[in-house]
Design a protein around this ligand. Sequence first.
Ligand code: PLP
Length: 399
Amino acid sequence: STWWGHVGPAPKDPILGVTESYLADPSDGKVNVGVGAYRDDNGQPVVLECVRMAEQRIAGIEYMEYLPMAGMKRFNGLAIKLAYGDDSPVIKERRVAAVQALSGTGACRLMADLQHRFRPESQVFFPVPTWSNHLNIWRDANVMVKSFRYYNPKTKGLDFEGMMEDVKNAPNGSFFVLHACAHNPTGVDPSTEEWKEVSSLFKEKNHFVVFDMAYQGFASGDTSKDRQAIRIFLEDGHQVACAQSFAKNMGLYGQRIGCLSIVCHSEMEAANVQSQVQQIARPMYSNPPLHGAHLVATILSDPGLKELWLKEVKMMADRIKLMRSLLREHLEGIGSQINWEHITKQIGMFCFSGLTPAQVDELTKNYHIYMTRNGRISMAGVTTKNVEYLAHAIHTVTK
Ligand code: PLP
């Protein structure tokens, strides 16, 4: 007999499962536009130059002691300045609780547990569609998960009216998770004017917003522009939370480095909230890892390294934009009758192509092209070498 005979296989993760299938495919010409990780024009993973330089500075000086439960204080301070702005009043007033987290996922999880523990009656609303792991995270934290309209498949843009209606109809004082910029998987963000209207309606409804900011810098190429939603909400006097990740914008994926911050009413409230969040982390993993915090803190605190980093973020964003234009040009060039305007209109790492699950299956089966079945193309996986092949394949399955 065995202890685990009753355990069946877990369902495949809709995103990470794509990588597994890609790796298992022996074909030479295979293309992975599944997972959201940046690649250079040769399809290779990238270590940023600013990270290499930070590594050299850290080498030999790093102790291996435990960090405190809240992580590295210096890192947290620099991370929130990046999210809220260097001279943000909420930081000056010392009313931001901040805890180093296991990247963006870990920051979301701490937030979901905090919500469950201290606002047990509340629900959380997610855009349709959203990053699939959001739903797992809040579900596992035992929070009731709801949704609001966001994307309009007809226009391949924002369903602003539907969104506002659902925000209005949600019970007052609900939690909403909003993608701060470069919405995953749609690449569709509200405009500045629309953010202002959203913020003002949220105020009326007394909703609480958790900004998930996994792509700061990837939307516009400029990290300050990409925090405009947070700026607008703060100007309206909201208390917000922010789940930050340095996976994409510093290429630190496997280092698991991120930050959860929560804007509070007062310094004392912030201290209380922070003590509770770190208490949530304690029984899960005690304290977060050291190396990524050193890297980020080194880069953000040194003007030269920071400038280099901002340049490199822009370079990544620009390469993706170029791939958007090339993919669209090739599709139009080979005579596709479909309107592909959304490829260049959408922003960030992804293109929500409009391909159906059946068409995606065909791309995989006949062309060894791998993407999630919702038709999301990770533009970071597109290169000058595979873009023509990709366009040809997409054209063939959509004719
Ligand atoms: N949030 C969104 C919207 C994402 O797309 C991702 C990564 O794909 C994350 C959070 C978290 O990523 P990580 O845990 O690697 O920082």
